[in-house]
Design a protein around this ligand. Structure first.
Ligand SMILES: *[C@@H]1O[C@H](CO)[C@@H](O)[C@H](O)[C@H]1NC(C)=O
Ligand SMILES: *[C@@H]1O[C@H](CO)[C@@H](O)[C@H](O)[C@H]1NC(C)=O
Length: 430
């Protein structure tokens, strides 16, 4: 009998039960982790230059005064005097000649603390749990925050901000690997961050993906957009701006490059009615007609040329993926506008999902990737865990950490495609 396995078993049995699953704690054998946050979970700093033209004089008070926190600036968004200034400074401009998005004139922005987990908003509980597994900030665990107002564009269309982010993300993943004995990284993304990570993977050569990405963990992936994406463009997405009138909120929502990425995709949503008015029914297949009907014709060209081509198919990334998401929560599915048309407040019809993202979008990759050779996909459904529950719900948090650790453990890849789909029971006692 071979001695080696016996020794291995003995060592395993002698390990104290510390609840560690990622590694022994000395950091020696860890696969690095790179976190890609969701929409609104990155900080933004800004400064205003002389080129800034404030709509109201009070908004100009910060001109020439250096950097300040633009997002999440709770004080500003709650102050009735300053909330409109905030909305104005967050607004992007689509430059039709350059075919790209940019900040409003005179507003310079930056994403602080790239690479550090301290840059993320709302991730502290998960980061703490991973640190308990032996991970250390900017040593074995990293974060890739980004300006969530932007997105990327398909080949042939410029996207200065998105292209820069993808470059930074690639270099960060390479650095994470280099600092950890050349081991490939586990990329953990949430929500909109999943959409970006997915497009990032597709944009890298397959050899690069296989060399540097051990596994990708998607938390609440919205790879088909969501119904609220349409409603957010007609009624104005709620950024917690209680003191900003609806027209200005709507203008802000429509100005963002990422807003068009939140729209439900025709590939995933098909003919489902998403917005219903007295005169018409709009599905993800009629987005162009919808954008015109809500008075946003400027959105048509960027939608058709820059967004739609990226979401017409969901090819497998050919690196192992674990997908975790909540199910069984009332999720807006159809918005029914009454007599006042798009000026009114819609009635909402609910369906299944995680409270924000519709089931059909959360589960899109399951149907698309089933039967694809060499694409490993593990799906974990968490009943009643909402869209941000991964960071607040204790049992969900434990489950996420366990899946990240499993992903980080070096495993021999099975030859055949494998989809494990199972519902997890929530234990209230955990
Ligand atoms: C519906 O059609 C009527 C007349 O054709 C028009 O006046 C009205 O603005 C339309 N309403 C909406 C919400 O499009
Ligand atoms: C999501 O669930 C958490 C509990 O896990 C709760 O604190 C939070 O308010 C919920 N969020 C929403 C938007 O319902």
């Amino acid at each position: 009998m071979d001695l080696v396995p016996l020794v291995a078993v003995a060592v395993l049995l002698s390990l104290p039960m510390r609840g560690r699953c990622c590694g022994g704690g000395d950091g020696e054998e860890l696969h690095p982790i790179v976190l890609v946050p969701g929409y609104g979970s990155s900080r933004l700093d800004a400064r205003l230059t002389e080129a800034y033209e404030p709509a109201a004089p009070r908004c100009g008070a910060r001109v020439g005064k250096g950097w300040f926190e633009l997002w999440p600036n709770h004080a500003t968004t709650q102050d009735p005097n300053l909330a409109p200034c905030f909305a104005e400074e967050m607004t992007l401009v689509y430059d039709a000649v350059a075919d790209d998005y940019r900040n409003a004139a005179g507003v310079v922005t930056t994403v602080p603390s790239f690479a550090s987990t301290l840059s993320l908003i709302g991730w502290e509980p998960l980061v703490r749990q991973l640190e308990a597994e032996g991970y250390r900030d900017e040593d074995s665990i990293f974060a890739a925050p980004y300006d969530f107002r932007y997105a990327v564009a398909p080949r042939g269309h410029p996207s200065a901000e998105g292209a820069r982010y993808f470059g930074d993300l690639a270099r960060l993943i390479e650095r994470a690997s280099r600092l950890n004995g050349g081991r490939p990284a586990v990329v953990v993304a949430h929500s909109y961050g999943c959409a970006l990570t997915y497009q990032f993977l597709l944009s890298r050569p397959l050899a690069w993906r296989r060399r540097f990405v051990q596994h990708t963990v998607f938390l609440a992936p919205a790879l088909g957009g969501f119904a609220e994406g349409m409603n957010g463009l007609s009624t104005g997405a709620d950024y917690g701006l209680l003191n900003v009138p609806r027209p200005q909120r709507t203008k802000l929502a429509r100005s963002m490059q990422s807003s068009l990425w939140r729209l439900p995709t025709p590939m995933v949503f098909g003919d489902r009615p998403v917005v219903v008015t007295k005169n018409s029914t709009y599905s993800a297949k009629n987005i162009v007609r919808f954008l015109e009907a809500i008075g946003f014709p400027e959105g048509v060209r960027p939608y058709v040329t820059r967004v739609l081509p990226m979401w017409q198919a969901l090819p497998p990334p050919m690196v192992p993926v674990t997908s975790l998401y909540g199910v069984g929560l009332r999720t807006p599915e159809t918005f029914v506008y009454g007599e006042d048309g798009f000026e009114g407040i819609p009635e909402v019809v609910y369906g299944d999902g995680d409270g924000d993202i519709n089931m059909v979008s959360l589960a899109a990759i399951e149907t698309e990737w089933s039967g694809v050779e060499d694409q490993i996909l593990k799906v974990v459904r968490l009943p009643s865990v909402n869209h941000t529950g991964f960071f607040t719900d204790h049992s969900a948090l434990k489950k996420v950490v366990a899946e990240i650790c499993e992903a980080a453990a070096t495993i021999e890849l099975p030859q055949e495609n494998k989809i494990l789909s199972f519902a997890e029971r929530r234990y209230s006692a955990m």
